[in-house]
Each structure stands twice: as C-alpha cells, then as structure tokens.
Write a protein that binds this ligand. Structure first.
Ligand code: A2P
Length: 347
C-alpha cells in the first residue's frame, strides 16, 4: 500500500469505535496517525493502540485539520452535524450511520458487491445498515449468476446493533432475572433477556419499521437495481453479538442448490458452513469475532421452483459495521481515490 494516511475515529468509545480500533491495530492499513474522537463525556479516556495509550478528544473546529479519513460511528445526528466540518477540511467521511445512505450523491458501499461506486465519491461514503451488508455479501454472488426477482428476509438481530450500552443492558437483565429480580430497561423498550421483540424502530404507514425499510431500499441501491423486490421482518433477539438471517430468494429461473453452494464456497467474504449429517449450520456464537458471513442450509424452496432458502450469521459489529468501513477505506487507498475532486456541499 502507498503513503500513510491520517485517520480519525469518530465515536471511538462506542462498540463499533472500539472494533475499528482493534481492526486497525491488526490490519496492514497505511496509518500515519490516529485520532480518537467522542462526546465531551469521554474526553481524557485512554484507549490502547499499538502499544501506546491514545487519549480521546471531543470534536472541535480543528479536529479534522490534516485528517485524510474519518471513520464515523456516533449516530445519525452527530454525523449530520460533524460531516460538513470533516469534508470542508478535505477528509473523506466514511459514515456508519443512516444519515446519508439514501442521498443520491453518496455512494453506499459493500466492497465485495459495488466497489466501483467509490469512484464517484464527493467526500462522504455511507456504510450500509448491518443486516443489509450481511445479506448483500451472501446473496450478490448468486444474483450475479442468475437475477434475483424477490428477497424475503427474516432477521434475528443481536443487542450489539443498538450499541455498547444495549449489550450491557441485556447482560444486566439476564443477571437480574436469574437472581429473581425484575429486569430494568433503558436502551430497549422491553426486556430483551429471555425474550424477543420486533425491531423497535419507528413504523411507517404500511407497518414496516425503519430497519426493515433499510433492507428494502439499501439493497436496491447497493445492487443498483430498482426492480428487485425485497420484504423483511426484523426481530431483536437476546444474542449479545452477531446477527442471523433467514433468506428466501426467488430467481428469474431455477437455481440448483448445489450450484449455489459451489458459487458461495468461493465468494468473497463468505464462509460456507454446512454439515448436514451433524445438523450443524451457522450460529451467532461461531460468527462472533469473524470477518466472514457464515452461510448454510442452502436448499430448494419446496414451495417455489425458482426459489432457494439460505441461512446466514455475521458479526454485526465487524462485517456489519467496522470491518466494512475499514474495507471501504482500504479500497480508497488501493485505488488512490481518498481525496475527492468535487466535495459535496451539505446544508
Ligand atoms: P461517548 O462514549 O462519549 O458517549 P454506541 O453506538 O456503542 O453507543 O457508541 C456511540 C459512540 O458515539 C460513542 O463513542 C459516543 O461517545 C459517540 N458520540 C455520541 N454522541 C456524540 C457526539 N455528539 N459527538 C461525538 N461523539 C459522540
């Protein structure tokens, strides 16, 4: 890789921020300098990185001076407020929030699927929603061979998707319940330990929650296909980390499950996990801490000649967020397109 780059992590104290730090520590990213940014609550906190302790700073007017790449995971409102400062300073803002994902001038990238979209960036690149990333990595290699007409997804989403505080809340709820006490809720509206509930993002007029609509709209943008029909039911489950998804695919023509298996065996970012004898398939505990999306239970849909069923698990914090963001940064470095010639003007 080429010259070293100055990187800032915005939201460094959060679940994704800490994962970004860990991934940067171990990947061969050409790093000149790393700056850690969070809210004023975290100023002065020290986080270890490559044998040193880096001090967390609050965002100021000069935070992005000389910074080339911002890896942001601090929520949509923070991104909306801070991205303009970052791109004015000449940095590229790789954003994990939903703030800019559907902006037609902002590329929405899963490097295994649409790396070419990065070429047009204007200072902001959006990291898709976690469930969408995991599904896209598993499904796109099949779509490339035979066009998908319709996707029906059901998700089983871990607490990690709601951040570090949500993970701690589920653990505290489990301890409370096991010791005979009432579980307390703060991040989630209902107890998640020993329970599950439909994803609690706002509902639209059709009864779909925001998370489900992200899967619908973001998949179409990433696949550059408005024709693909997508529907989803998103559910939060009492798993700490790593999401699971049951995916039903309808193709334009029949797809032999063995052919799909062969394609997915060598697909980038995918690991096939299938032991039919042992009834062993992807599980969130096996996906936790792994880069790949684990895919298995590929089978013919018995209700539809041109349909396939599959099951996947992927680490939401890793490939669903931090890793995908770093892979986008690596792509920019590899193609030498970190700097945009034409910066987006945000009002
Ligand atoms: P802090 O820890 O200081 O609140 P998670 O999604 O795991 O909850 O993490 C959210 C991340 O976003 C945290 O690092 C949090 O910092 C950071 N954050 C939240 N609000 C702001 C803000 N206004 N400015 C900068 N960082 C923020």
């Amino acid at each position: 890789m080429s010259k070293p780059y100055r990187v800032a992590i915005l939201g460094a104290t959060g679940a994704v921020g800490k994962e970004l730090l860990e991934l940067l520590e171990h990947r061969n990213f050409p790093l000149a300098d790393l700056k850690l940014l969070a809210s004023t609550r975290s100023v002065g906190i020290k986080l270890p990185f490559q044998g040193e302790n880096l001090t967390v700073e609050a965002v100021s007017e000069s935070s992005f001076d000389g910074v080339d790449i911002v890896l942001a995971s601090a929520g949509g409102s923070t991104s909306k407020a801070i991205a303009p400062k970052a791109i004015r300073s000449g940095a590229v803002f790789i954003d994990n929030s939903s703030a800019f994902r559907m902006n037609p001038e902002v590329p929405l990238i899963v490097p295994e699927v649409n790396p070419g979209a990065a070429h047009d960036h204007k200072g902001i690149i959006a990291n898709p929603n976690c469930t969408t990333i995991l599904m896209a990595v598993a499904v796109y290699p099949l779509h490339k061979i035979k066009k998908i007409k319709r996707i029906v997804a059901a998700t089983y989403q871990s607490a990690s998707g709601a951040g570090a505080k949500a993970m701690a809340e589920v653990q505290a709820q489990a301890s409370a319940i096991l010791s005979g006490q009432q579980p307390k809720t703060s991040v989630f509206p209902y107890p998640l330990a020993f329970n599950l509930f439909p994803h609690n993002t706002p509902l639209n007029d059709m009864g779909y929650c925001e998370e489900e609509m992200k899967m619908v709209n973001e998949t179409r943008k990433i696949f550059a296909s408005q024709e693909i029909r997508v529907t989803a039911t998103c559910v939060r489950v009492p798993v700490l980390r790593a999401h699971s998804e049951a995916i039903n695919l309808e193709f334009e023509e029949p797809f032999d499950p063995d052919e799909a298996r062969e394609i997915l065996k060598s697909a980038p970012g995918v690991k096939l996990v299938e032991d039919w004898q042992a009834n062993y398939f992807p599980m969130p505990i096996d996906a936790t801490g792994r880069d790949e999306v684990l895919v298995g239970r590929i089978r013919q849909d018995i209700s539809l000649q041109s349909g396939l069923e599959l099951w996947l698990c992927g680490d939401q914090i890793r490939k669903g967020a931090a890793l995908n963001a770093i892979q986008i940064a690596e792509l920019l470095v590899e193609k030498n397109i970190v700097k945009s010639s034409d910066a987006l003007v945000l009002t």
